[in-house]
Design a protein around this ligand. Structure first.
Ligand code: GLU
Length: 308
């Protein structure tokens, strides 16, 4: 495995500065006696009031987090549509909206949800070390990861695909990658899988997919491979620069990563996701984020209440 351009430290935590302008604005507006509804996905995020009357069995993670009134969540900071830090320093995207559904159900105010950056390679260690209470980060559920962490969900199914420069004509899919420089991210399932489906490809690894997109733009690599939704997010940020080839060739069920063995918390998150599937909150989360570039809202996948 080659890592010629690898930069950054996957173990590095990166906390987000939390500017509470939305909450302050809401407070000021209520004082003035004027109702304020959502003014964009950003401000509604922090002004909504979750149910603080929720009560949980003593000793559970839910009770601990509810009583603390705060939570630390690992997510991506560089993935348009899923988890992308905006100009005010807060991440937004589908994973963030799914997180809000869960933290609302825990009765945690939205301005007390502390998002920290997790890159692909440090999600399991961050959960194992208790540096985060949960991870929502385009995180594929698989057996290898289930040995060290547990997953609620899935709440979305993606699939691995390939992105090349718009004018590229020689790469048409996974079968034309032999001898090509293919960029992916350390610790990700697509980086592992590409060894199997295109063993002759020269894998180039970074710690984030936005760096792969830059390398593709600069001609340092010939292709980028990861989940199609992430690639669509990169394409949407740079219109007319890239294209997808060859369709999808894996199934990537996204789960919420939590500490291994915390079955009560996993069940709670699964119940919460299922409720959000039925009452339209999941569909709204999708439409407000990924749905902006992939407008056909999929049917949410059934949660997997696995026992082993
Ligand atoms: N879903 C894949 C994974 O969990 C790729 C996306 C990512 O690296 O976050 O590894």
């Amino acid at each position: 495995m080659r890592t010629p351009f690898r930069r950054g430290n996957p173990g590095r935590p990166a906390t987000s500065g939390r500017l509470r302008a939305g909450a302050l604005l809401l407070g000021a507006t209520l004082l003035a006696g004027v109702g304020l509804t959502a003014c964009g996905s950003d401000s509604d995020a922090d002004s909504a009031v979750p149910s603080t009357s929720a009560s949980f069995a003593p000793g559970t993670t839910m009770a601990r987090l509810h009583d603390a009134g705060k939570i630390t969540v690992g997510t991506k900071f560089d993935q348009n549509l899923f988890g992308l830090k905006n100009l005010s320093g807060r991440p937004e995207g589908f994973d963030i909206e799914i997180t809000k559904i869960i933290t609302d159900a825990l009765g945690i105010p939205r301005d007390k949800v502390n998002f920290v950056e997790t890159v692909s390679a440090n999600r399991e260690p961050f959960i194992q070390q208790g540096r985060v209470d949960m991870v929502a980060a385009t995180y594929t559920i698989n057996d290898k990861r289930k040995k060290v962490v547990d997953f609620a969900g899935p709440y979305y199914i993606s699939g691995q695909s390939i992105m090349v420069a718009k004018n590229n004509t020689d790469i048409t899919g996974k079968d034309s990658l032999a001898g090509k420089k293919v960029c992916s991210v350390s610790g990700s399932t697509p980086a592992e899988n590409i060894h199997k489906v295109a063993p002759q490809a020269n894998l180039v690894l970074f710690d984030g997919y936005s760096k792969c997109a830059d390398a593709l733009k600069n001609g340092q690599v010939d292709a980028v491979t990861t989940d199609n939704g992430i690639l669509l997010g990169l394409m949407a940020k740079d219109p007319g620069t890239f294209k997808l080839v060859g369709g999808t060739f894996t199934k990537e069920p996204y789960g919420i990563g939590i500490r291994k063995g915390d079955t009560a918390f996993r069940t709670f998150i699964n119940d919460t996701l299922q409720a959000a599937y039925s009452d339209g909150r999941w569909a709204k989360a999708y439409k407000d984020t990924v749905g902006k570039v992939e407008p056909n809202t999929p049917t949410p996948p059934p949660v997997d209440r696995y026992t082993s």
